[in-house]
Design a protein. Structure first.
Length: 475
């Protein structure tokens, strides 16, 4: 069964408060569904309706001042996926472009461009400001399994949508809340996307330049980058319009180039932007383009790098040589040797430092164990008077303290790195109540020379008689 579509004769936006109840009664929709369809009905109002229903909707719109007509659904243009442009250049004789950094430039004549359509699409932040609601709210409602709860929520949403019935007419949200010039400039720069669509005769048929992705090297000064200012985008659109006088230009494109305020031009999303282009093609008898370009073959030779430009290592955007930062991702453009240093050499240095620290710790533990063993072999010998067992053993490295004391006989050797002080607490028989007495003995060990010297009289007492110094080194 053939279906029909309702299409506006002019660029109309029906009032939600006035026409939502009428559309709900004609199509048997809830109030919220009717309002959502009206918000999405830019140019091509409704599609896939039977002939009688489409005629009733068109008559209802015409009676309220929004002239509409009925056309077959097959007559509505259908667009293929566009070919997104990576870099463009408006030359006097041709429009030059390429789709990626590795693709060679391609030229199309200005006479082959049939349609120029520039549109500003709202990001979610601006969409919240403008008050537009999209179909993204419906899946949450559809996931409710309980039919009664779903119906109750639907009624609550409808009551909220119609709560202003009988009050003042609702103006367009963006027009009802004007912003100062500086705020509008901020919205144009940060909270909107802009697309320039070109319909070309032959192959490829549908080209799209995204303001946040296309590189405009041909502008004054060779300013290249991903996110261009809104004025740079308007300059690109103006260049295309001026160099292709035979191309049809959409009314919104001319209003954009004439400097009309942004709130009256913005689309809710990309789908509405494309529906407006389809409506313009339908009203002016322009055949839809054949489609975008097929994917590049793997055998396509890479394009040699330009001597005036380079590519950002993070996002791949073409930038002018000598620039400090990428215009798209704002990443600093560092030389390759710096990237090599931070990515390869720094981890290697960290690993080497960690391994060296582990080796030093192992060597220090071995030196301390060797110092204790030297004291044991030197002192724990037959005839020294040293007990067979010690209660506690402690070892510490104190080079500065040893240098301050400067025991006699050591001189400059005390500053050697192999100096260790070994402390022992020795329990022996004494005259106290427990019958025990603790002697704290202290030896100095030089691992490089192998010499072991007592540092206090208690330590000298435990040496063999022939090795006891007449005056022990002061502690």
């Amino acid at each position: 069964m053939a279906t029909s579509a309702v299409v506006f004769v002019d660029d109309h936006r029906p009032d939600l408060e006035t026409f939502a109840p009428v559309l709900a009664g004609l199509l048997g929709l809830s109030a919220i569904d009717a309002r959502l369809r009206i918000r999405k009905g830019r140019g091509i109002f409704l599609e896939k309706l039977d002939g009688a229903t489409a005629r009733r909707v068109a008559d209802a719109l015409t009676e309220r001042g929004w002239t509409a007509e009925v056309v077959p659904d097959d007559a509505v243009p259908r667009f293929a996926r566009p070919s997104r442009l990576f870099q463009v250049d408006c030359r006097p004789d041709a429009f030059r472009y390429k789709r990626s950094m590795t693709e060679p430039y391609r030229d199309i004549s200005w006479d082959s461009i049939r349609l120029v359509h520039a549109g500003v699409v709202a990001t979610p932040q601006y969409r919240d400001f403008a008050g537009s609601k999209t179909f993204q709210l419906l899946p949450t409602l559809a996931r409710i399994e309980d039919p009664e709860a779903r119906a109750q929520l639907k009624r609550a949403m409808a009551r909220k949508a119609l709560r202003r019935e009988g009050g003042a007419p609702v103006e367009l949200p963006a027009e009802g809340r004007p912003l100062p010039d500086d705020a509008l400039a901020g919205l144009a720069r940060d909270q909107t996307d802009a697309y320039l669509d070109l319909f070309v005769v032959g192959h490829p048929g549908f080209l799209r330049a995204d303001r946040r992705q296309v590189s405009l090297d041909y502008l004054a000064g060779g300013n290249s980058g991903g996110i261009h200012s809104f004025e740079s985008f308007k300059r690109l659109a103006a260049d295309v319009v001026s160099r292709a006088p035979q191309a049809r230009v959409t009314p919104l494109t001319r209003r954009l180039l004439d400097g009309e305020p942004l709130p009256s031009l913005v689309f809710d999303d990309t789908a509405e932007h494309e529906r407006y282009a389809a409506w313009f093609c339908l009203r002016n008898g322009i055949a839809p383009p054949a489609g975008g370009e097929p994917p590049l073959r793997e055998s396509t030779p890479p394009c040699p790098p330009s001597p005036e430009a380079t590519a950002c290592a993070r996002c791949g955007t073409t930038v002018a040589r000598g620039a400090d930062r990428c215009g798209y991702c704002k990443a600093p453009l560092r030389p390759r040797r710096r990237r090599l240093f931070w990515r390869i050499l720094v981890p290697l240095v960290l690993l080497w430092t960690l391994a060296a620290a582990v080796v030093l710790i192992i060597q220090e533990q071995a030196r301390r164990a060797e110092a204790i063993d030297r004291v044991r072999h030197h002192v724990f010998r037959p005839g020294t008077g040293m007990p067979a067992m010690t209660v506690d053993e402690a070892i510490r490295l104190d080079l500065r303290g040893l240098r301050r004391r400067k025991p006699a006989g050591w001189g400059a050797a005390r500053r050697a790195p192999g100096l260790y002080q070994v402390d022992f607490n020795i329990l022996r028989e004494g005259d106290d109540a427990l019958g025990l007495q603790a002697d704290h003995i202290r030896f100095l060990v030089n691992l490089e020379s192998g010499e072991v010297s007592p540092l206090n009289p208690e330590a000298a007492r435990y040496l063999p008689p022939g090795e006891r110094p007449e005056t022990p080194a002061p502690p």
